[in-house]
Design a protein. Sequence first.
Length: 123
Amino acid sequence: MKVEECMNKEAITINANASVIDALKMIAEHKVSSLPVVDENNCLAGYVSKENIAAADKEDFEKSTIEQVMNEKVISVKSEDLLKTALDHMLNDNVNRLPVISNNKLVGIVTRDDVINYFYGCE
C-alpha cells in the first residue's frame, strides 16, 4: 500500500512571506499543530509549528514572517512510498504528520490518524 492511497490531498499550507499572525489564525481555524510552508510553485520550503511561533521574537511578533521562524529541515515522504515508510518516519522521528511530495511539489499530507483509519477502516 502506498502513501497516495491514504493521504489527504487538501494540505493546508502557508507561504514564507505570510505573517506569524496569519499562521496562528490558520493553525487555530484548522486545528492543526503545524503547517507546511510552500513557495510560489508549491514546492515544499519548510514547516512552521506552534513551537516555532512560540519561540519568535516577542518584540517584533506582529511584524514577523513565516520565513523568519520556520524550520527548513522537513521530513517528508513521496506519494509512491509505502505506508510502512511513512509510519516508520512517524514513529522513529516522533512526528504526527508528514508532507507528501511528488516531482518536488507538495501533493498532500499524511497523518498518523490517516494511516490508522486506512488500516482499520475508521472514518
